[in-house]
Write a protein that binds this ligand. Structure first.
Ligand SMILES: Cc1cc2nc3c(=O)[nH]c(=O)nc-3n(C[C@H](O)[C@H](O)[C@H](O)COP(=O)(O)OP(=O)(O)OC[C@H]3O[C@@H](n4cnc5c(N)ncnc54)[C@H](O)[C@@H]3O)c2cc1C
Length: 424
């Protein structure tokens, strides 16, 4: 039998994982990547501080996932972060999370998280659920940061059923690690096997999947043919600016795309001439427009004083409409938290990474809307005929959508589907 050929669209975590699996099985693989680099939503900024700053994925959630062997194989080191180093700001005060947790209001927030897997109510958002339970404002702010931002959205969009159903995933997010080296280095063991198969600047404009071979047309007009295609673009790209599919995607696939959330968002990285926050601080959950700030250099041994802030969902949409300087706005909020003009007067440099504006990503990562059901992710992941296969974090069926390890699992799953299909 002749060597079978596969085109993988996208050189993010899912695409590299799929390609590596297929290459190791002797298939002829071409990876088409629209941008000029690998990693997709894993990207870092060099030269801003004396350590690299992660602009996309930053944490490894738990140690029981497929990233752990890649950490070892790449020679990277993980830094463990305890929530004991988190702070919360309310009533004009900054208190450690441990201290705040003892108070009645915050206990309600932790209680809500602890009992979330018991939820069996209607198709509500988390916000509707908090209103119905009369959760107090202080607890609300904390949940906004811990749940809303963590899922790349805001509580008015995060679906309660889906979120409650993803409890195992949420648990693993309790144990977070950062990578001392650039995060993208974790993909090196995959990349080493497929480096020479990647074509950069290759924007896929059309995918024909109905014939005896698949045809992929690039934006410049070049046509490529293969026995199978794995598509790994984000669910927001599929929703807003998909390649042209021929035949068109069937109704179940289109319903799935419309039923899974993926919102816009941005990170702003701020460098200061001195530290004005507590020395042991990792996260700060704040009752300001910017719901969380953190210290990206924690545990990395750098001397630069850097804070990152992150905004997502409805807030990110609102911010994009506001005619304000985003950096000045974030600095103003830090001034309100720490007093005077401590942030505004001591900021040395800033970087804004707006993922909504990335043409081949268009947002952060997928999350469940109020009406999202498991069947939607299954339909998103399902192959079409014998030629077109789907991977990417939003297609992960193991409860780890929205993560790097979920993306890798999905790429490996799609590679197995392709192999099974080509063997029969
Ligand atoms: C700000 C931010 C913070 C995050 N934090 C974390 C975290 O701490 N921990 C964690 O585990 N996860 C985190 N994530 C999520 C994680 O980064 C993603 O789940 C994961 O990287 C997605 O990988 P993927 O391969 O599915 O998609 P992508 O990384 O989006 O890769 C898809 C690739 O396809 C390419 N592409 C799209 N359309 C086309 C086309 N038409 N032609 C050719 N190429 C195309 C894109 O350029 C891209 O490179 C974060 C993400 C963001 C944005």
């Amino acid at each position: 039998m002749s060597v079978r050929s596969v085109i993988v669209i996208g050189a993010g975590a899912a695409g590299l994982a799929a390609a590596e699996r297929l290459v190791s099985d002797g298939l002829e693989v071409t990876v088409l990547e629209a941008s000029g680099r690998v990693g997709g939503r894993i990207r870092h900024l060099e030269g801003f501080a004396d350590f690299d700053i992660e602009l996309g994925a930053e944490e490894v959630h738990g140690l029981e996932n497929c990233l752990v062997p890649l950490v070892e194989a790449s020679g990277a080191d993980l830094i463990r972060h305890e929530t004991a180093h988190d702070y919360i700001r309310y009533d004009g005060k900054l208190v450690s999370l441990g201290e705040a947790r003892a108070g009645e209001d915050l206990r309600e927030a932790f209680d809500f998280i602890a009992k979330v897997s018991n939820f069996s109510g209607p198709a509500w958002t988390v916000e509707q659920c908090l209103v119905a339970r009369h959760v107090p404002g202080r607890a609300w702010h904390y949940l906004d940061s811990r749940l809303g931002v963590e899922h790349g959205t805001t509580l008015d969009r995060l679906g309660m059923r889906g979120f409650a159903g993803y409890e195992p995933n949420w648990q693993s997010r309790e144990e977070n690690y950062t990578v001392r080296q650039p995060y993208v280095r974790l993909l090196d063991p995959l990349l080493d096997q497929v480096r020479d198969r990647i074509r950069f600047g290759a924007v896929v404009a059309r995918i024909e999947w109905g014939g005896p071979q698949a045809l992929v047309r690039l934006a410049g007009g070049e046509d490529l043919r293969a026995d199978a295609v794995i598509y790994t673009g984000s669910v927001a790209v599929l929703r807003d600016t998909p390649p042209e599919f021929f035949p068109v995607l069937p109704p179940e696939k289109r319903e799935a795309v419309a039923s899974i959330g993926m919102d816009g968002g941005m990170k702003i990285v701020l460098k200061f001439d001195h530290r004005f926050w507590p020395e042991d601080m990792y996260f700060l959950h704040a009752d300001t427009f910017w719901p969380q700030f953190w210290t990206p250099g924690k545990g990395r041994g750098g001397r630069a004083h850097v804070l990152t802030t992150f905004v997502s969902g409805a807030r990110a949409d609102f911010l994009r409409q506001l005619e304000v300087d985003r950096v000045e706005f974030a600095l103003g909020e830090l001034d309100r938290i720490f007093g005077g003009r401590i942030a505004s007067d001591h900021c040395l440099d800033a970087h804004v990474e707006d993922w909504t504006a990335e043409p081949y990503v268009r947002g952060l990562y997928s999350f469940p809307l109020a009406h999202t059901e498991p069947r939607h992710r299954e339909a998103l992941a399902a192959p079409l005929g014998r030629r077109l296969f789907f991977a990417g974090e939003a297609t992960d069926l193991g409860g780890h959508s929205g993560t790097v390890h979920g993306a890798i699992d999905s790429g490996r799953r799609a590679a197995e589907e392709v192999k099974t299909n080509l063997e029969t």
